[in-house]
Design a protein around this ligand. Structure first.
Ligand code: FAD
Length: 473
């Protein structure tokens, strides 16, 4: 790790206007390093918190002159530390979190450091919604640039399918707006491989009128009902309703009473319609049932009590082709719970499986955006959480083994793999270097390499699934 000289910091300071700057030892420096996961925290050489894009431009050009590593922080949820830098510059967008709503055109504009909470709450004031994350303290930045799934994806597609424009500070320091008509190739690349091209300072999303509450909440089931719950979840996708969605969690009950199967239900309709959709789950008589009619913005707070800041975390993407084999899931569940029992420090870990109607997402041609995994494969996460830093390698190694079981199951299910092709998986759930996702950009890679060589030829933005630049002819 190189140390940035005092004179270089003085030069940076002299070029900034309203940005706050933190260096090691100054008040506020330690707080500025905090990330959602302690595994994402690194000791930056300098942290710049701008409120004006001109300061982003100045900081970026300064770092390039000084040949200093550059990281961009949006909501700070990367567990792999991709929004942090060891000794380099962090452009921390957390003060750029304003959201504005245009009720004439039904659009929501969020600055690059906003979280979904600001978007959900800002939209709710005008009965407007868009497709955002299901945990409202995640950043709009990382989630949007990697495509974005939310509860409304069944009806409205991905976050990027509702993205109208992005303003970006590029590697050469210029500020441009990308949309269907301005820098269209850049706009194409930003939708699915977006962390590769610059600092996104503003996103504008299409919004939709939703005045009514939705049917949503948690149901908890004892482990012996696992197979029945999985069959019901399979049923949701066998006869899909775009207004329905579910997430299933394998976790320890917070009161220490043992393993639980938890389902978050979502239905964008009336209580009667929701109850009919989830009738099978209700018939199992869940031991806990909080499902009710609640505002859409509240749905994205349901996971907040378990998705708190702090501790060490690893997020390993797991991908599956429905229907899930209940026998396979039982073996995963039992192994996972045995691991949590033998390693009490992992007690707050979970396996999370998503059940989303993919039809709307798959209506968009693969070539329409850079996002390469529009297919029927569902997304999930092995979300490990622990406190003992000396166990980092061991826990990650175990997570990779568990992840490999899901990959083997998917390989056995997905026919294309027999021909040597690999079905790309969700980029936002893949940690950099994740060996289960060998070709994250799929058939869009060659075009992405061309866009990268035009907009970031020296690979300044290289922390999250960097695209290798196309060799010049
Ligand atoms: C608790 C939790 C819940 C999640 N839920 C969902 C979900 O419901 N749906 C879903 O699709 N995904 C979800 N994810 C995955 C999430 O989309 C990614 O982790 C995302 O990268 C987080 O973005 P961030 O801005 O909070 O994180 P950061 O750590 O700040 O950023 C992640 C990456 O994006 C880059 N980046 C962030 N903002 C910008 C910007 N403005 N300009 C340029 N680069 C930027 C960073 O440099 C970094 O490489 C969830 C993740 C967590 C931890």
């Amino acid at each position: 790790m190189t140390t940035i000289s005092t004179s270089a910091i003085d030069t940076l300071r002299s070029r900034l206007t309203t940005a706050i700057i933190y260096t090691p030892g100054t008040d506020g420096y330690e707080e500025s390093l905090v990330r959602w996961s302690d595994t994402g925290r690194k000791r930056a050489g300098v942290v710049v918190q701008p409120i004006d894009p001109r300061d982003i431009q100045a900081a970026l050009l300064w770092a390039r002159e000084e040949d200093i590593d550059i990281a961009v922080k949006g909501g700070g949820h990367s567990t792999a530390g991709t929004s942090s830098s060891d000794g380099g510059l962090v452009i921390d967008l957390s003060r750029m979190n304003k959201v504005t709503v245009d009720c004439t055109n039904n659009t929501i504009t969020a600055q690059g450091g906003a979280t979904w909470k600001e978007v959900d709450n800002g939209g709710a004031l005008h009965n407007l919604v868009t497709v955002g994350g299901t945990v409202n303290h995640t950043g709009v930045g990382g989630l949007t640039l990697g495509a974005g799934y939310g509860w409304l994806s069944g009806q409205l597609g991905l976050t990027i399918d509702n993205l109208l424009s992005v303003s970006v500070v590029l590697a050469d320091g210029s500020l441009v707006k990308a949309s269907a008509t301005e820098h269209p190739e850049l706009f194409w690349g930003l939708r699915g491989a977006g962390y590769n091209f610059g600092v996104a300072v503003e996103f504008t999303y299409q919004a939709y009128e939703r005045a009514n509450p939705v049917y949503a909440g948690l149901m908890a089931f004892p482990p012996h009902q696992l197979e029945e719950v999985i069959q019901l979840l399979n049923g949701l996708l066998a006869e899909p309703d775009s207004r329905a969605g579910a997430m299933c969690f394998f976790a320890q009950a917070p009161d220490g009473s043992g393993p639980m199967v938890i389902v978050i239900c979502f239905y964008d309709g009336t209580k009667e319609e929701g109850q009919a959709q989830f009738a099978g789950f209700l018939a199992l008589e869940p031991v806990l049932n909080t499902v009710d009619m609640i505002p859409y913005a509240t749905v994205n707070t349901l996971q907040n009590p378990s998705a708190t800041y702090g501790d060490r975390k690893a997020f390993k993407g797991i991908f599956f082709e429905p229907p899930l084999d209940p026998k396979f899931v039982r073996s995963i569940f039992d192994d996972f719970m045995a691991k949590l029992k033998s390693e009490p420090d992992l007690k707050a870990s979970a396996i999370i499986l998503e059940f989303i109607d993919m039809r709307k997402i798959c209506e968009v041609p693969l070539s329409a955006t850079a996002f390469a995994s529009r297919n029927s494969t569902q997304n999930g996460l092995l979300a490990l959480r622990w406190t003992d830093a000396s166990k980092d390698l061991e826990h990650r190694a175990w997570a990779r083994e568990a992840q490999a079981k899901w990959k083997a199951e998917l390989d056995a299910q997905v026919k294309g793999h027999e021909t040597g092709e690999y079905v790309p998986q969700y980029i936002n759930y893949a940690e950099p270097g994740d060996s289960v996702v060998p070709n994250i950009y799929g058939e869009n890679l060659a075009r992405l390499q061309r866009v990268k060589s035009q907009y970031d030829p020296t690979n300044v933005f290289n922390k999250m699934h960097p695209i290798s630049v196309a060799p010049s002819n």
